[in-house]
Design a protein around this ligand. Structure first.
Ligand code: FAD
Length: 428
C-alpha cells in the first residue's frame, strides 16, 4: 500500500473512531441502488470506459421479482434515445406502446360531459412518438440483463455506510464487506439512506394526495391515445399499454385514496368506472392496485465529497406530467458524460471538478421541473370555479397556438435545453 494511502487511512480512523481494516475490494464506481437510474448509469459507464473501468451496483432488491410493481412509465423520446444507445431498447421495444396522441379534459366528477380543452399529436419528429408506455418490471429486467452482459458487478446488498478520504471512498455493504471506489453514486430512491448518511438535507413537502396505480383491460382499442382528465381531487390519467389495456395513474386526496384501494373488488371497480367512463366499452381491473404517497422533494446539493445523487435520491416530483423517471435519466446522461470525459483524460472520476460539472448541469433543470409540476398540481387539483375558468382559458390558448403546442411537446419529450449526448442518441 502506498505511503499516502496509509496516511489517509489513519485520518479515516480518527474521523470515524472505527478500527480500519482496509477495504476488501476495489472498483472505480459503486452505485447504491439498482432501479432504473442506477442500472442505466452503470451500463453507460461500462460502455463509455470499457472493461478496465470497474462498476458495481449494490441493491438488496436485485434478483427479487418485480411483479408487485403495478406501475408503467411514460418514457419520453429523449429517454428512449438513451435506452436505444445503451442497447436496452431493443429488448423492450416489442413491449412498448407508442403514445400517438393525447387529450386533456377538465370537469367535475359528476359532469355528464368532459369537454376536451387540449389535444396533442404525439410526434417530435416524423415517425418518432414523443413518448412510449412500458410496464416497469419489463424495463428493469431488460436493464439487469444488459448490465450483466456489459460486465457490471451486481450485488444483492444494501449500502450501510461510507467514509470519504482525499483519494477514495470506502463503501460498506450489508454483507459486511467494504469496497474502495473513486465515486459513490446514491441511486437508492426517494428515501435515500445514502443521502441522509451524507448529511444532505432535502427541501419540499408532502401533498395531501396519493397516486392510485393499476392496469385496466378494456373492450375497445385505445388507438395509442393517452387521456388526462383533470378532476377536482387531481388528474386521472389513462395511459395506453400494448393490447387493449391501459395504465391508470389516479390522484386522490390521501385518505380517499386509502379508502378506495381498500375497497372490495366490486367497489373498486365501481369507483374506477365512474372516472374511466364507458367509451372503451366494458372495463376490468387487470393488475395489482397500489397507492403511492405524493410529494415534492429536492436535495439541497446533488453532490458531496466523492458522492453524487441521481434519480429519486436527488429529487421527487408529482407524477402529473409523468416526468420523474425521465428527470432521473437526464441525471444519468449528464453524470455519465462528466465521468467518462474525465476518466478518458486520466482525471479522477470522483474529483470535485467532475462533480461540480454534473451539479451545474442538473440543478436548474430539476428545480424548474419541480416548480412546474408543483404549479400544475396546485392549478388543477382544486375545486375553485374561478381557477377552473383561468386554466381552461389557458389550455384553450395552448390548443390554438401551434408554436406553443410544439414547444410543449418538445418539453414533454425532454429534448429542450442543453441535452447530454446519450439523450441525443449519441454514444459516449
Ligand atoms: C404513481 C407514480 C407514477 C409515475 N409515473 C411515471 C411516469 O409515467 N414517467 C416517469 O418518468 N416517472 C414516473 N414516476 C416516477 C418514477 O417511478 C421514479 O422517478 C423512478 O422509479 C425513480 O427511479 P430511481 O432509480 O431513481 O429509484 P427507485 O426506482 O426507487 O430505485 C431505488 C432502488 O434503490 C434500492 N435501495 C434502497 N435503499 C438502498 C440501500 N441502502 N442500498 C442500496 N440500494 C438501496 C431499492 O431497493 C431500489 O431498487 C411515477 C411515480 C409514481 C409514484
Amino acid at each position: 500500500m502506498a505511503k499516502t494511502e496509509r496516511k489517509t487511512e489513519r485520518k479515516t480512523e480518527r474521523k470515524t473512531g472505527r478500527p480500519v481494516t482496509g477495504p476488501d475490494e476495489r472498483a472505480d464506481v459503486l452505485i447504491g441502488g439498482g432501479g432504473f437510474a442506477g442500472l442505466a448509469l452503470a451500463i453507460a459507464l461500462r460502455q463509455g470506459l470499457g472493461d478496465s473501468f470497474k462498476v458495481t451496483v449494490a441493491d438488496p432488491a436485485l434478483g427479487r421479482s418485480h411483479t408487485g410493481d403495478a406501475r408503467a412509465s411514460a418514457i419520453a423520446a429523449a429517454a428512449r434515445r438513451l435506452f436505444e444507445t445503451l442497447g436496452v431498447w431493443d429488448k423492450v421495444a416489442d413491449r412498448a406502446q407508442p403514445i400517438l396522441d393525447m387529450v386533456v379534459t377538465d370537469s367535475k366528477l359528476q359532469d355528464a360531459m368532459r369537454p376536451t380543452y387540449l389535444t396533442f399529436g404525439g410526434e417530435v419528429a416524423p415517425g418518432e412518438p414523443f413518448a412510449h408506455m412500458i410496464e416497469n418490471p419489463a424495463l428493469v429486467d431488460a436493464l439487469v440483463e444488459r448490465a450483466k452482459a456489459d460486465g457490471v458487478v451486481l450485488r444483492a446488498d444494501a449500502v450501510t455506510g461510507f467514509e470519504a478520504t482525499a483519494d477514495r471512498i470506502d463503501v460498506h455493504l450489508s454483507a459486511g464487506r467494504a469496497i474502495a471506489v473513486k465515486l459513490l453514486v446514491a441511486a437508492d430512491g426517494a428515501r435515500s439512506a445514502i443521502r441522509e448518511a451524507a448529511g444532505i438535507r432535502s427541501v419540499g413537502w408532502n401533498y395531501d394526495q396519493a397516486g392510485i396505480v393499476t392496469t385496466v383491460a378494456h373492450e375497445r382499442d385505445h388507438h395509442g391515445r393517452a387521456e388526462e382528465h383533470f378532476l377536482p381531487a387531481g388528474p386521472f390519467a389513462i395511459l395506453p399499454l400494448l393490447g387493449k389495456r391501459s395504465s391508470i395513474v389516479w390522484t386522490e386526496e390521501k385518505r380517499e385514496a386509502e379508502r378506495i384501494v381498500a375497497l372490495p373488488d366490486s367497489g373498486f371497480h365501481a369507483e374506477l368506472e365512474r372516472r374511466f367512463g364507458l367509451k372503451l366499452g366494458d372495463i376490468q381491473v387487470a393488475g395489482p392496485r397500489h397507492a403511492y404517497p405524493l410529494g415534492l422533494s429536492m436535495a439541497r446539493s446533488f453532490i458531496a465529497e466523492r458522492l453524487a445523487l441521481i434519480g429519486d435520491a436527488a429529487h421527487v416530483i408529482h407524477p402529473i406530467a409523468g416526468q420523474g423517471l425521465n428527470l432521473g435519466l437526464r441525471d444519468v446522461a449528464a453524470l455519465a458524460e462528466a465521468v467518462v470525459d474525465a476518466a478518458r483524460l486520466g482525471l479522477d472520476p470522483g474529483g470535485p471538478d467532475v462533480l461540480e460539472r454534473y451539479q451545474r448541469w442538473r440543478r436548474f433543470d430539476t428545480a424548474a421541473m419541480g416548480i412546474a409540476t408543483d404549479g400544475l398540481n396546485r392549478l388543477f387539483s382544486n375545486r375553485s370555479d374561478a381557477l377552473r375558468l383561468v386554466r381552461d382559458v389557458g389550455l384553450g390558448l395552448v390548443d390554438r397556438l401551434p408554436g406553443l403546442k410544439h414547444w410543449f411537446i418538445r418539453e414533454a419529450a425532454g429534448i429542450t435545453g442543453e441535452v447530454p449526448k446519450l439523450l441525443r442518441g449519441e454514444a459516449l
